[in-house]
Design a protein around this ligand. Structure first.
Ligand code: ATP
Ligand code: MG
Length: 424
């Protein structure tokens, strides 16, 4: 026997209900974004490695240990994107979309991080993301949050907690950083290896630690929120006022710093307690300095990304995935001369009534076996064609979910009849 080849660890096939949930989530998200005036952007999966080092930050989990980096045949260092924002900023700058314009964009696709695979954490995972360029005011921060809240409402997910924080300005962070380093230096013996290293290079990252042993230490640290510059404090007040007006509940989490360096001012996460340790299903914030850092003209920006795998897990746990692939009509074909007219009739219905899903029996079989398949398909009606129906140019419409009698209709009247049975 030839040995089977399995998928790469942490990279999953998504099939069955998982795939239905995935499609439903993406479709609903994209429809909602459009409802708010956002537009699609499609971006490469591979970028130059330098892009991620410069944007996400050299001293972050992602850049230090999670990137899939390789040399192409021309010895250029490339990386499978670990997130979408950097590539989106690069695209906006390169295509001249940011300067003196407002852009409201969304994207969907795979991301890659070399993490330890576990529930809700994979090496290929998928995100739906939104980025807004050219707006510095807190109304747009609030719009992104209300947009996500609207999505949870459409999904029927009512158990997500919104956490918000403000990281202030770059300058305020420099002042705060000194206070944080002074505090943490007093507890060096309690810092893990990563944190000891970051104490000098990027101490704010320590607040984002996933190490439970350091939780208490981190909670006792001075709060960035108490060291905000006046403008950032006002920005945060206005954001909260919008959220209050819109009836969106939130919790202020002063230790929410996010795992990427480019954020300033508003950061937020939507969190569930139902998925174990991997509870953040959506995360984002403002990154007013990033466009300039990537070589564009200074442009304020804000965005978020949702983890599709974590959200579809929630949707499935709560039975919130509608059945999308189910046929409405199953075409049963039994006889020597039925195959060809049956095919034509199935296409005729599909063309005239695109809201009706038509599944045609392929591969033959007896009435009994075809009706069994029709029943299992979930279809509401069977269209039945035997040799007699073909010679009379009629078709039988047989209800599969109710006890009423089947009716015979002429081929000419078929689509009209079906339209009455199943209106748009
Ligand atoms: P975490 O703290 O869980 O590692 P993160 O801060 O690294 O998340 P972001 O970069 O903000 O995550 O990505 C946004 C969202 O993408 C996360 O909230 C999560 O839902 C999802 N996500 C991130 N990494 C993974 C992964 N390895 N597998 C599955 N989903 C992920
Ligand atoms: Mg992470």
């Amino acid at each position: 026997m030839v040995q089977k080849i399995s998928a790469v660890r942490g990279m999953n096939d998504i099939h069955g209900e998982g795939a239905d949930a995935f499609d439903y989530l993406v479709h609903t998200a994209e429809t909602t974004f459009k409802q708010y005036g956002y537009r699609s952007i499609r971006l490469p999966i591979v970028e130059k490695t330098e892009l991620f080092c410069r944007s996400i930050g050299e001293v972050t989990d992602i850049v230090e240990k999670e990137m899939y980096t390789f040399s192409d045949r021309n010895d250029e260092s490339l990386t499978l994107r670990p997130e979408g924002t950097a590539g989106c900023v690069r695209a906006v700058v390169q295509n001249g979309l940011a300067y003196n314009q407002i852009q409201k964009l969304f994207y969907t696709g795979p991301m890659f991080r070399y993490e330890r695979p576990q529930k809700g954490r994979y090496r290929q995972f998928h995100q739906v993301g939104v980025e807004v360029f050219g707006l510095a005011t807190p109304d747009v921060d609030a719009e992104l949050i209300v947009l996500t809240a609207r999505l949870w409402e459409k999904f029927g997910l009512d158990n997500l907690e919104l956490q918000i924080n403000s990281l202030g300005s770059q300058a305020a962070r420099v002042a705060y950083r000194e206070k944080l380093v002074a505090y943490l230096s007093d507890y060096k013996d309690q810092l893990d290896e990563d944190s000891l290293r970051r104490l000098a290079s990027n101490p704010l990252r320590i607040l984002d630690t996933k190490n439970p042993a350091m939780k208490e230490l981190v909670e006792g640290a001075p709060k960035l929120m108490d060291h905000l510059d006046a403008e950032s404090a006002e920005h945060f007040e206005q954001l909260k006022a919008h959220l209050d007006d819109l009836g969106i509940e939130y919790v202020i989490n002063p230790n929410l710093v996010r795992g990427l360096d480019y954020y300033n001012r508003t950061v937020f996460e939507w969190i569930t307690t139902e998925l174990g340790a991997q509870g953040t299903v959506c995360a984002g914030g403002r990154y007013d300095g990033l466009v300039e850092q990537i070589g564009g003209k200074a442009t304020p920006a804000v965005g978020f990304a949702m983890g599709i795998e974590r959200l579809t897990a929630l949707l499935m746990d709560h039975n919130k995935v509608p059945v999308l692939a189910q046929p409405d009509v199953y075409v049963v074909l039994v006889g020597d001369n039925v195959q060809r007219p049956g095919f034509v009739i199935a296409e005729m219905v599909r063309e005239a009534l695109p809201h009706i899903n038509v599944q045609m029996n392929c591969g033959g079989g007896s009435f009994k076996s075809q009706f069994k398949k029709a029943d299992r398909s979930g279809a509401r009606y069977a269209l039945v064609l035997g040799d007699q129906e073909v010679s009379d140019k009629v078709v039988a419409i047989k209800p599969l979910r109710e006890t009423s009698e089947q009716v015979l209709v002429s081929w000419d009247d078929l689509t009209e009849h079906l339209a009455q049975l199943m209106p748009v």
